[in-house]
Design a protein around this ligand. Structure first.
Ligand code: NG1
Ligand code: ZN
Length: 537
């Protein structure tokens, strides 16, 4: 019998539009109505990936994050919650772009041969989706794909992206020394709440935190989390929590809107003295903000979160006198991208005295680099990031005895932080609690947190071009190798501005080219950004 008879039969129900698909910085992402065939084929790939991991469970998240509601997307998650291995991105594209049934079967056979896959091996897949109206039909396409290769699939319904990463890791580590928690949404809330309460109990609560949930999955998730924690220990007021009305998701609200437009979500009354934050559409990004005494909007973005976390954790390590067993210091490092504000980089290097490493855009790159440290703090300026603790660091926190009360308290705080902070992926809810814990510990206002350094004015623009594939970024996205000569023209402009910095790169999630500029003043920054947009266009 033909092994792939069911694949061929099912794939006919998911016809492929005449279009080239790319697995970019955030998986496959585009208009939702183009995704049916792609997601069916991702179902096939997920089964093969599970088989190649000897039956370990693989995760699939259906979301387009901060992008418009009519978009959707899909990302694969490895068994321990990491992002998909590079080679498999190519396989994903081979499958998605196979133009005929024969080509599809050939692409499957190629993967099976290259990865030495035993088709008789059991396969398990878990899926979750955000609140987009296109989600349920796409989950059905995925189920068809998984079943066409005889895999078993569990649907977790609506979840945040980090929750799906969490349950995937929990399932695969259950009953082992590396067990990560209960593989359910309730288990997730309990894990975060327990860790948060260990630190927050007995501390003077901060004022209420207003949360713009982008009218997305973060709203119900945060409500559950806050209920698990209890409002005597965490006062949250949720705004933009309408997930029922079409067209509201991410619309003039959410972390991306706030970061790019550098203003509060529309329709929100931001009063001086209030504490605010915004999540994005799948709750893996968060940015904070407030209005200063004069009412001016002030943003605390991913760079600010990273410096807050790095500074606090370093002070705890110092206090705890935690080192490796042989007495060598724990290596703390920070990972940024070209979008990090120049002032933040200078602050980390010169004031915090923490090494900074740069990677290309996209969290998979940052995550990978952060793993090289004992405490690796990584954040994109847009608010996506987390803190990774190496096994050696966790061991040091557990093995260090602590000679005084303050040493023991610092060690306990470090252990708790490693539970509170999502180790699989950037997580807005976990990051929110991390920030709260730091601010609780130091009883800081958002204003005091912001005082560490002053952002250089910055500006991000989008330029629609004929073919963005012609733009080839190099040097961690800070320069273009192609089109020939373009980088020289950009450099020529940058040289004219005080503290000027500008780079251009093709987006991995939208059909545009991004232009980022920084300079001494707002006016100069705008001039630089617009001049370079003109050159690119
Ligand atoms: P693209 O569209 O490739 O710039 C955006 C973000 C990335 C990352 C991905 C995934 C910026 C400038 N870019 O990628 O950092 O978060 O989306 O969501 O914020
Ligand atoms: Zn997101």
């Amino acid at each position: 019998a033909n092994t792939f008879a069911l694949v061929v039969e099912s794939s006919a129900k998911h016809p492929r539009p005449d279009q080239q698909f790319t697995y970019g910085t955030a998986g496959f992402r585009m208009k939702a109505d183009l995704l049916d065939s792609v997601i069916f084929r991702v179902g096939l790939l997920a089964v093969l990936r599970s088989k190649s991991h000897r039956g370990k469970t693989v995760g699939v998240m259906i979301t387009a994050s901060h992008n418009p509601e009519h978009d959707n997307g899909v990302k694969l998650v490895e068994p321990l919650g990491e992002m998909l291995a590079q080679a498999w991105e190519t396989y994903a594209m081979d499958l998605a772009n196979a133009a005929t049934p024969d080509a599809l079967v050939a692409a499957l056979n190629k993967i099976i041969a290259a990865e030495n896959i035993d088709l008789a091996q059991h396969a398990a897949v878990v899926v979750a989706r955000d609140t987009r109206p296109s989600g349920p039909a796409l989950v059905a396409s995925l189920v068809d794909g998984v079943k066409a290769l005889a895999g078993v699939i569990t649907d977790f319904g609506v979840m945040t992206t980090p929750q799906l990463h969490y349950v995937t890791r929990c399932i695969n580590t259950k009953g082992t020394p590396d067990a990560y928690g209960e593989p359910t949404a309730a288990g997730y809330y309990k894990k975060l709440a327990d860790a948060y309460l260990k630190i927050a109990k007995g501390r003077k609560p901060l004022s209420a935190l207003h949360v713009d949930a982008a009218n997305g999955v973060g709203a119900p998730a945060l409500r559950e989390l806050a209920a698990t924690i209890g409002d005597q220990h965490l006062g949250v007021v949720i705004a933009n929590d309408d997930i029922a009305t079409r067209g509201k998701l991410n619309h003039n609200c959410g972390a991306d809107f706030v970061k790019i437009s550098q203003k509060a979500p529309e329709g929100i009354d931001l009063k001086p003295g209030q504490r605010w934050c915004s999540l994005d559409g799948d709750a893996d990004r968060i940015v904070f903000y407030y209005a200063d005494a004069s009412g001016k909007f002030k943003l605390l973005d991913g760079d600010k979160i990273a410096t807050l976390a790095a500074g606090y954790i370093m002070s705890l390590i110092r206090e705890a006198k935690a080192t490796h067993a042989d007495g060598t210091p724990l290596k703390v490092g920070l990972v940024q991208t070209a979008y990090a504000n120049g002032s933040s980089t200078a602050y980390v290097r010169d004031t915090l005295k923490v090494p900074v490493v740069f990677t290309p855009t996209g969290v998979k790159h940052l995550h990978h680099e952060a793993e090289h440290f004992d405490v690796g703090v990584y954040f994109e300026a847009n608010g996506h990031g987390t803190v990774l603790f190496s096994k050696a660091a966790v061991k040091a926190f557990e093995a260090t005895a602590g000679k005084s009360e303050s040493e023991r308290a610092a060690l306990e705080a470090l252990r708790t932080l490693s539970d509170l902070i999502n180790q699989t992926v950037g997580d807005a809810l976990s990051d929110m609690l991390m920030v709260e814990v730091v601010l609780l510990g130091t009883q800081q206002t958002l204003e005091a947190w912001d005082a560490g350094y002053t952002d250089l004015p910055s500006r991000q623009e989008k330029v629609k071009v004929q073919n963005r594939a012609l733009f080839v970024p190099i040097k961690a996205d800070t320069e273009l190798a192609e089109p020939a000569g373009l980088q020289d023209k950009i450099n020529e402009q940058v040289a004219k501005f005080r503290k000027g910095r500008c780079f251009v790169r093709p987006s991995g999630t939208e059909d545009i080219v991004r232009v980022y500029a920084e300079a001494e003043t707002v006016q100069e920054t705008e001039d630089l950004a617009y001049t370079v947009c003109g050159i690119v266009f």
